[in-house]
Design a protein around this ligand. Structure first.
Ligand code: SAM
Length: 419
């Protein structure tokens, strides 16, 4: 199969079939040459990253309905015209027409041919409308999310988030301080340099971190820098007892174990069996023995363990994920306005249970990788309204444009000592 047809099939599977893009794509293109892998990845990610902008370019040409997979064929073809150098226009048109001929009994072949040629004749369509609409189309974020950010954070921040999402995420790693130091990693591999948000953070400039000797020998983990601030906020100490309520794939669990010098215990829960295995694998790779992964619904943990038995509890909650769109562009094409509300009750329940499990005087940290105050500040505000004995110590939102990281929210609470 040709590379463009593969890119088209992958896009259909990810966008229409809702396959998870990073893992799925890597597996699907394994047998292609490295040049074709690059072409397919560029087309698939680039089309998703710019999908609203691309659709805006041609949607006015269509009078009747067009099948969803043919719309994606138009999107990816226009992506190649507008964003990829050295791609001959005739090759894009010919291959799109060939793909269209194989689908829907060739019904759309002439239409795709005509629309692509029209676009090549007429060029880009100017974006007209108010500032929020223009921002939405220009950066391919649904208008409702742009409006939500503008309402919650103001226009300037909304614009900076949207523009930053169009960039490439930094490749960040965390040093395994139980076996080495950041300076030793940099001395051994100069493609690593110091990160800026945490003492353990590294930025990589050499390609795929997972292929490095440092990763393969368990001396570094792949972790976004803002994400590393969460375990630092928990601040777990050696010999303490820690509960990590939503732990898989175990990135923050392992960071906490490192901060504890692999002394003490961490109960690491996740509700999905296949994801719990990832926690065990991560701990084994890093040589961390204090982590006890367990497939269990964290909302019920107070029926299995004595309440008030943990020094610190982390709730790294399931969330809408609007802080990580730069890294996961499939969120952009799948996101729906209701995502902002569906997880609120689960987050509240996790927080409530977590607080039951914290010892008096102990610490609860709540974090999300989303930029939505309903899941963040307002969730904590509601929680504080229901718990007189909880005190908010600090809360912080890291916007993705500040340090070229993911967007994160984190709050630190303390449970009052008994009178
Ligand atoms: C944001 S991810 C956690 C990421 C993880 N802390 C890390 O740093 O690698 C949220 C996790 O919560 C898990 N989850 C969702 N509902 C849960 C529940 N009721 N009990 C335990 N885990 C749950 C999901 O399976 C998912 O793995």
């Amino acid at each position: 199969m040709k590379a463009r047809e593969k890119a088209y099939n992958c896009l259909c599977d990810i966008v229409l079939g809702k396959s998870y893009s990073n893992l799925y794509l890597r597996k699907e293109i394994n047998d292609f040459s490295s040049a074709d892998k690059g072409l397919i990845t560029n087309i698939v990610y680039g089309t998703m990253q710019n999908y609203l902008y691309l659709r805006y370019q041609w949607e006015a040409y269509v009078q009747s309905d067009i099948a969803a997979d043919m719309a994606l064929l138009m999107d990816m073809s226009i992506y190649q015209f507008l964003f990829m150098d050295k791609v001959p226009e005739y090759a894009v048109v010919n291959e799109a027409v060939e793909i269209a001929a194989k689908k829907h009994k060739g019904k759309y072949k002439a239409m795709i041919n005509a629309m692509l040629r029209r676009f090549l004749r007429e060029g880009k369509r100017p974006i007209l409308g108010d500032a929020l609409f223009q921002l939405s189309i220009k950066t391919s974020h649904p208008l409702w999310v742009v409006k939500m950010w503008e309402k919650q954070y103001g226009y300037e921040i909304a614009e900076r988030i949207c523009l930053d999402d169009q960039g490439a995420p930094a490749l960040a790693a965390r040093v395994n301080t139980c076996v080495t130091s950041r300076d030793e990693i940099i001395a051994a591999n100069p493609d690593f340099e110091k990160g800026c948000l945490s003492e353990d953070a590294l930025i990589y400039h050499g390609g795929n971190i997972a292929d490095t000797k440092e990763y393969l020998t368990g001396r570094v983990s792949i972790q976004d820098e803002a994400s590393q601030c969460v375990a630092l906020l928990v601040d777990p100490q050696p010999d303490e007892s820690i509960l990590d309520m939503c732990a898989a794939p175990g990135t923050k669990t392992c960071h906490m174990a490192q901060l504890m010098k692999n002394e003490g215990e961490i109960i690491a829960l996740d509700i999905h069996e296949h994801r719990v295995e990832l926690i065990s694998n991560a701990a084994a790779r890093l040589g961390l023995s204090i982590i006890q992964p367990w497939c269990f619904d964290a909302c019920e943990i107070n029926h299995e363990y004595d309440e008030e038995s943990f020094d610190r509890v982390l709730v790294d909650a399931p969330c809408s994920g609007y802080g990580v769109m730069k890294r996961k562009n499939d969120i952009k094409v799948h996101m729906q306005p209701e995502d902002m509300d569906t997880l609120l009750p689960l987050q509240a329940k996790l927080l409530d249970t977590a607080f039951k499990m914290v010892k008096p005087g102990g610490v609860l940290v709540y974090s999300t990788c989303t930029l939505n105050k309903k899941e963040n500040e307002k969730q904590i505000e509601k929680f504080l309204g229901l718990h007189d004995n909880a005190q908010l110590i600090s809360q912080r939102t890291i916007f993705p444009y500040e340090y070229n990281t993911d967007g994160f929210y984190m709050a630190k609470l303390v449970k009052a000592e008994k009178a």
